[in-house]
Design a protein. Structure first.
Length: 546
């Protein structure tokens, strides 16, 4: 059993009702008490803990209880080998919660003689140079203001401790032009902007060459779904649920538990622990600012999405602008039932022969709509337009085929459907009238019936209520298909002057929707689908003695 007074104090504040915690922090405490604090083979480096707290409170600002709670785990070690127990830290809370200030003080401390590790370089990485410089400039100004240049050598690009020779730098997240160095610690700011793990992979490759390597992932939630942040949250929840107890990440997640809590300001401390009583002077000013923004939001509903995402750390979208909330799109990740020889309809979107084309099969089972899809992507387009989506990873998973040709040959489309009907009871293929001059002769040659939708926008308006209901009731099954989730999340809903809805792209170039459009085409004739097993019908016919 190991103990630390700052940890004990924070847990006591919660258990005595002095502070409110969201469910993820409650789960964190349960995990720590069960799997970490109960161990006898670990120890807290009390000297480092106290040194850091004194350093921060002398040169920067008084630390709040939640910050002091995190600190001991940064200096938690295994007795055997003196290895760090937690090497990665995920800290996410509402905007203004002090995460950057905390990271600044920590970075400054890590390069100092108090930390005592030579060449323990720190890199703060963010998408933009301005954001990456935030902590660096804060440390630079503190050193200059307090005339500490005899301890730290300053340039506009690097802060170097004169004794340890450790350096503090800022970097941008352009992974394609960066190499991992010999950092002791990398801090990834604004992780909500990372669409994949490429940046982290590059910078983390330099870790391990210096003792006690650490990584910090910080930020408030954002609008990129199924990117690096969502995977980080998923990984964290797996640990907190006890599914991956050996994972060495420390997740400190602050957010509202329910959107309705936004209307009760006493609940805001769940998202921003700065708002726990008693509030410091900084927190009081911030609370007034957030309260004013909340009042403004009630008169300007369009501001709600930003307020919920950035202040309450609980992403929320305008449901009139999207096909479905992200949680409903995630709910499509259910395994396919047995589909062999089942009746189905084909759906096709072949509008963009220079970049993407999508095909799929639609099945019905009770109230569920089951969509098995595939895509064709032109290599020349990928070479020219750098998509953030993990296209090559999806290719390895068999979700798409990359073709190296001037335009996507329509034969790929027809051959895919021809192959599918060897296994499934394909009735016909539904498509819009675009490119039909290329496709129709091939479909006829292979004996595949095709139905052309003359006015695709009109059917979108007709299908919109059904689509909303299907997603809301979790009646859509894509299997584990991140590409279909990507397609669906890329769709914007445009409400026309007559009140009808139309599905358009959020971004014309980088946010593809082809798979969703193919799905819509098949849905147009979904009522024609019977819950029939083709093989049983064939068996019945074969049994008749003609």
């Amino acid at each position: 059993m190991i103990k630390n007074k700052y940890i004990d104090d924070y847990i006591r504040l919660w258990k005595t009702g002095k502070i409110l915690l969201n469910k993820e922090r409650i789960m964190l405490i349960a995990y720590l008490e069960r799997d970490v604090l109960s161990r006898g083979d670990l120890y807290f480096d009390e000297e480092q803990i106290e040194n850091f707290i004194k350093f921060t409170e002398k040169w920067y600002f008084p630390l709040q209880p939640f910050q002091k709670f995190i600190v001991p785990f940064i200096f938690l070690f295994e007795k055997e080998g003196n290895f760090l127990y937690f090497e990665q830290f995920f800290i996410t809370l509402g905007r203004g919660g002090g995460k950057n200030g905390f990271i600044t003080a920590l970075s400054n401390y890590f390069i100092s003689y108090l930390h005592g590790i030579p060449n323990y370089d720190i890199s703060v990485v963010a998408n933009s140079e301005d954001q990456a410089k935030t902590s660096f400039e804060e440390a630079y100004n503190m050193i200059e203001r307090n005339e500490l240049e005899d301890m730290f050598y300053l340039t506009k690009l690097v802060i170097t401790d004169t004794e340890t020779k450790s350096r503090f730098r800022f970097r941008t997240s352009n992974a394609g032009t960066k190499d991992g160095g010999r950092e002791g610690c990398v801090i990834y700011d604004e992780v909500h902007r990372y669409e994949d793990s490429e940046t982290v992979d590059v910078f983390s490759s330099g870790l391990g060459k210096v003792r006690n390597p650490r990584e910090f992932f910080i930020g408030t939630d954002g609008y990129v779904r199924e990117g690096f942040l969502d995977k980080l949250k998923e990984r964290s929840l797996s640990l907190l649920k006890g599914e991956t107890p050996d994972d060495r990440i420390f997740p400190f997640i602050c957010k509202l538990d329910d959107p309705k809590e936004v209307d009760d300001p006493t609940m805001w401390e769940k998202a921003n622990p700065m708002f726990s009583e008693p509030m410091c002077e900084y927190a009081q000013g911030l609370f007034r600012k957030v309260k004013n923004q909340y009042n403004e939001m009630t008169f300007a509903p369009s501001k709600r999405e930003e307020f919920m995402t950035k202040r309450m750390n609980l992403p929320e979208v305008d449901l009139e602008k999207v096909v479905a909330p992200w949680e409903e799109i995630l709910a499509t990740n259910r395994p396919f039932p047995e589909l062999e020889q089942r009746q189905c309809l084909g759906g096709l979107d072949y509008a963009s022969i220079k970049d993407f084309a999508a095909v799929g099969l639609l099945f019905r089972e009770g109230d569920d709509y089951i969509w098995k899809s595939h895509s064709f992507v032109r290599k020349g387009f990928l070479d020219k337009v750098k998509l953030k989506a993990p296209i090559h990873e999806w290719e390895k998973e068999g979700l798409l085929t990359i073709v190296d040709e001037p335009s996507i040959n329509p034969l790929h489309i027809v051959l895919w459907f021809d192959k599918m009907r060897e296994t499934y009871g394909l009735e016909k293929v539904i498509a819009d009238n675009f490119r039909m001059d290329l496709l129709r002769p091939l479909f006829e040659e292979y004996g595949i019936e095709i139905e052309v939708i003359r006015n695709p926008r009109a059917i979108q308006s007709l299908l919109a209520p059904r689509i909303e209901t299907m997603f809301a009731n979790h009646n859509v099954i894509f299997d584990d298909n991140p590409m279909m989730r990507w397609y669906t999340n890329n769709v914007a809903v445009k409400i026309k002057p007559d009140g009808n809805k139309e599905y358009i792209k959020k971004d014309e170039i980088r946010r593809k929707t082809d798979g969703f459009q193919a799905f819509i085409h098949a849905l147009y004739r979904a009522d024609d689908l019977l819950e029939a097993d083709v093989s049983s019908s064939l068996d019945f016919l074969n049994a008749i003695d003609f």
